[in-house]
Design a protein around this ligand. Structure first.
Ligand code: GLN
Length: 194
C-alpha cells in the first residue's frame, strides 16, 4: 500500500508506525484476502505513478476519485466521503468562498484542493506545499491567507494550532477510493469483494 502519512485521521505516524482509518481498512482487507500488508510512505503526488509502475499493489491515501485520475488508475468502490474546506485565521475577513478571490491560498501539492483552487482562483494565487501541515504553518506565519484541504485533516490541524477556524461553506464534496493498476483487475475485484 502506498500512502502519504501526513493526513490524520486517515494516515499518520504513531511512533514509527503508520496508523489511521486507511491503514485499518487496508489491514482488514489484507487479512480477509490472506495477504500481508506492507505500507510505503511517499509524497502524495507520487502515489499514482507508483501504482501504475507496479512498485506497489494499491494506493490508499484519502484519495479522491476524479475523471483525470481514472484515466491513470482504476478505483475501487468508494469507502468514504471527503469535503474540501477552507481554513483561515480566526480573525480573518474571509467569510465565504467569494472572499478568496485575489487572496493567497495554500494547498497540498497534487491534491484536489490544489487542482480546483488553481482553476477557480488562478495559479498565481496558489502556493503548494509538500504536506498539508506545512501549508498550515504558512497560514499561521501569514505567508498565505487561507488553506484549502480535506475536512478531517483540517479538523486535526485546527485542533493542534490555536487561532485557526474552518469556514462553514464547503468547497467541494468528494468520494475517497483505493487506487489499483489498470493491469490488475483481479486485485480490484478482490478488494471490492472484500
Ligand atoms: N483527497 C485529496 C485528494 O485526493 C487529498 C488527499 C491527501 O492529501 N492525502 O487529492
Amino acid at each position: 500500500m502506498a500512502t502519504n502519512a501526513t493526513f490524520p485521521p486517515y494516515e499518520f505516524y504513531e511512533g514509527d508506525s503508520i496508523v489511521g482509518i486507511d491503514a485499518e481498512i487496508a489491514a482488514a482487507i489484507a487479512n480477509y484476502l490472506g495477504y500481508e500488508l506492507q505500507i510505503v510512505d511517499m509524497e502524495f503526488d507520487s502515489i499514482i505513478a507508483s501504482v501504475q509502475q507496479g512498485e506497489v499493489n494499491f494506493g490508499m491515501a484519502g484519495m479522491t476519485v476524479t475523471d483525470e485520475r481514472k484515466e491513470e488508475v482504476d478505483f475501487t468502490y468508494s469507502y468514504a466521503t471527503g469535503v474540501q474546506v477552507v481554513i483561515v485565521p480566526e480573525d480573518s475577513a474571509i467569510a465565504t468562498l467569494d472572499d478568496l478571490a485575489g487572496k493567497k491560498i495554500g494547498t497540498q501539492l497534487g491534491t484536489t484542493g490544489d487542482i480546483y483552487s488553481k482553476d477557480d482562483y488562478g495559479e498565481e494565487n496558489v502556493t503548494k506545499y509538500g504536506k498539508g501541515a506545512d501549508a498550515v504553518i504558512a497560514l499561521k506565519g501569514g505567508d498565505v491567507d487561507a488553506v484549502i484541504i480535506d475536512n478531517e485533516p483540517a479538523k486535526a490541524f485546527v485542533a493542534e494550532n490555536e487561532g485557526l477556524k474552518i469556514l462553514e461553506t464547503e468547497y467541494a464534496v468528494e468520494d475517497y477510493a483505493i487506487a489499483v493498476s489498470k493491469e490488475n483487475t483481479e486485485l480490484l475485484g478482490k478488494i471490492n469483494a472484500a
